[in-house]
Write a protein that binds this ligand. Structure first.
Ligand code: FAD
Length: 649
């Protein structure tokens, strides 16, 4: 029997980014005793990297904006595959969530008449992104953190203990969601510094662990993005939705190699930056797809006039949704019109005075100066696509953020699927975190209250022993456990396995996908999965990054398999999924969702076929879009997206 500390809470929130913190605040405000647990230091979640802003139709800069326009833009951006109820709730509630942040102390940039300023971004019809320079995520996290401290101070006044009702466990990792029968019962965790195991018991668990980018070689994502929440949900029995949709942001740094993939915010284009190829041509005018033709400028002159007079001109095509721009850059480079380091040029130096660039884009100015020795006020940046965001994720109920089939398990933020369809618009993640973080916290606390009134879930020892054995496997030199290192066979190096995984995903399941390559990827993933069972580490449990990576590999491999399987299945191109062999969007695929489920529903991995894989793919039909929401679009537009039978209905 594994000896470890157990603590009882009402709600456990896994992740302290925007979604996790907003969920925790809500759960605590609803009266639930709430624990937040995060891999990184408190205040250092990936959300702090968010640059451009939070999308919310406050209409401060253009009064034409409202939730219906935001809803339309989001659905168009997602190529109508969005879980429409989520897109509706998001568009309706985002302004309130931004105002609320301000009442909690956030300091947004202002318009000349003192309102919260809003900037342009790709795919948004009006200036919509509330921002703090290009450091919006930092301000969001700072504000939520401040709110948490304020709540803890209130608790101290009442109980003499700051952490009596809201406690943060920082630098701790969850490796398993524990259950009592079908329902959630808590989490198995380890402290990264000491390696100590502990269990947080709770009837409600909210997964808010962010994305999956570290499965790809070139990515803008932080070290935390190893798909943990996706894997935790799968292993607990909750399916993942449409995992084939991975967003490649068009503008990551391409040079020097050590910083390849680091993001160049879309605000650069929103504020007037233009893309050029090696011939100096603004090539985006050649890449406006038919579905967007009426909404985008046909000439450079018109595009440029739009910045000053958006009511009488159309947007420049540099502000098309990200999937379109990423594919266009990819095509230019492939056609031999790229920059010296395999990207294209993004120029603000000829578009704005140096002083304006330094004021509006301070982080970009410093990023290029310090990392690439490029002065963006004097020369163009070199940029290219980078793995940025996963639209697929845990399948959730739109209103409650509850996962499917696992009572007590909720998910919010990037780890949850559905909201963004096949492609996310910039700025729609920070608003998503706040809208659905709050909803997850609300419903998790309600679920906990209902269940605590009846009986607390009970965690049996065998689950804890199994979780501990799984976590310790990388240290065992030999044994009979499936996956234990075999005597005489050298252990596998987790860093080597990770590199091979990243290369595989980048090369074979990347921005442009082909059937044969994805089949090759699945074979390679099967091989890596078998080898990962022999991943071994030296040393002890005190802060041991090799061990942490060995544990993260399980998650990255599971998630990568889901992406490759679903991408192979979807024989069309849509949003963040581009098939060279099926280059067009196929309306027949519009109402189709692909769900990944664990092949072994008990959550064990050893029993699954090492070659066939660990997950099974199920096809389901999306819920028909509500008629009053469909009525927000012109019929001619719907004809381009909806399947024949949907139009008939
Ligand atoms: P995160 O903020 O990543 O938080 C995840 C949390 O989970 C972390 O605390 C982590 O430690 C914890 N965690 C993970 N696994 C475990 C585990 N096993 N156990 C315990 N804890 C765990 N979006 C916008 O809308 N606007 C922008 O301007 C914008 N700019 C961006 C710029 C960059 C460079 C990048 C990379 C992304 C940007 N995005 C932007 C996207 C956006 O930042 C993310 O989608 C969003 O921050 C995700 O928030 P989250 O709360 O879901 O997860």
């Amino acid at each position: 029997m594994t000896q470890l500390e157990r603590q009882e809470w009402d709600v456990v929130v896994v992740g302290a980014g925007g979604a996790g913190l907003r969920a925790a605040i809500e759960a605590r405000e609803q009266g639930a005793r709430t624990a937040v647990i995060c891999k990184s230091l408190f205040g250092k979640a990936h959300t702090v990297m968010a640059e451009g802003g939070i999308a919310a139709s406050m209409g401060n800069v253009n009064s034409g904006d409202n939730w219906q326009v935001h809803f339309r833009d989001t659905m168009r951006g997602g190529k109508f595959l969005n879980q429409w109820r989520m897109a509706e709730l998001h568009a309706r509630e985002a302004p309130d969530r931004v105002w609320e942040l301000e009442t909690w102390g956030a300091l947004f940039d202002r318009t000349a008449d003192g309102r919260i300023s809003q900037r342009n971004f790709g795919g948004h019809e009006y200036p919509r992104l509330a921002h703090v320079g290009d450091r919006t995520g930092l301000e969001l996290i700072r504000t939520l953190q401040q709110k948490i401290v304020q709540l803890q101070q209130e608790d101290f006044k009442q109980s003499g203990d700051y952490e009596s009702r809201l406690k943060v466990f920082q630098e701790c990792t969850v490796t398993r969601v524990l259950k009592d029968g079908e329902r959630v019962a808590g989490t198995f965790c380890y402290e990264r510094e000491s390696g100590r195991f502990f269990v947080l018991e709770a009837p409600s668990v909210v997964l808010a662990t962010g994305g999956i980018g570290k499965s790809f070689k070139v990515t803008s994502n932080s070290w935390e993005y190893t798909g943990d929440g996706h894997a935790l949900a799968l292993l607990a029995g909750a399916p993942l939705l449409n995992m084939e949709f991975v967003q490649f942001h068009p503008t990551g740094m391409v040079w020097p190699p050590s910083v390849k993939g680091i993001l160049v915010t879309e605000s650069v284009r929103g504020d007037g930056g233009v893309l050029r190829n090696s011939d100096g041509k603004r090539f985006m005018f050649d890449y406006v797809p038919d579905v967007f033709k009426e909404k985008y400028a046909e000439s450079e002159e018109e595009g440029d006039r739009w910045y000053e007079d958006p009511d009488h001109n159309r947007r420049p095509p540099e502000l098309l949704p990200r999937d379109e721009v990423a594919r266009a850059i990819n095509s230019e480079v492939k056609a031999g019109r790229g920059s010296p380091h395999g990207g294209v040029y993004l120029d603000v130096s000829t578009r704005m005075p140096a002083e304006t660039i330094r004021r509006r884009l301070p982080s970009m100015y410093h990023q290029f100066k310090e990392l690439a020795d490029v002065d963006i006020t004097a020369e163009a940046m070199e940029v290219g696509p980078t793995c940025h965001y996963v639209m697929g994720g845990i399948a959730v109920d739109s209103d409650t953020a509850a996962t499917r089939g696992v009572p007590g398990l909720f998910a919010a933020g990037e780890v949850a699927g559905g909201m963004h369809g096949s492609n996310r618009l910039g700025g729609n993640s920070l608003s998503d975190l706040l809208v659905f973080g709050r909803r997850a916290g609300l419903h998790a606390s309600q679920h906990a209250a209902e269940h605590l009134g009846v009986s607390r879930p009970v965690i049996d020892e065998t689950q804890i022993d199994a979780a501990a054995a799984e976590a310790l496997r990388p240290f065992s030199a030999e044994g009979s456990e499936p996956g234990a290192q075999e005597p005489g066979r050298p252990p596998e190096n987790p860093y080597t396995l990770h590199q091979e995984l990243q290369q595989t995903m980048n090369d074979l399941v990347g921005i442009i996908r082909r059937e044969g390559e994805m089949e090759q990827a699945l074979e390679k993933l099967a091989e890596l999965r078998v080898r990962a069972r022999r991943a071994g580490v030296e040393g002890h449990r005190q802060f041991n990054p090799g061990w942490h990576l060995a544990l993260d590999l399980r998650n990255m491999l599971l998630v990568s398999e889901c992406i490759a399987r679903a991408a192979l299945e979807r024989t069309e191109s849509r949003g963040g999924h581009t098939r060279e062999d099926f280059p067009a969007m196929d309306r027949a695929w519009r109402p189709v969702n692909l769900l990944c489920r664990p092949a072994d529903p008990t959550g064990g991995l050893a029993a699954t076929d090492p070659v066939r894989g660990q997950i099974e793919l199920v096809t389901t039909t999306t819920e028909p879009i509500r008629p009053d929401l469909l009525a927000l679009f012109e019929k001619e537009e719907l004809v381009k997206y909806l399947a024949e039978e949907e139009l008939y209905e």
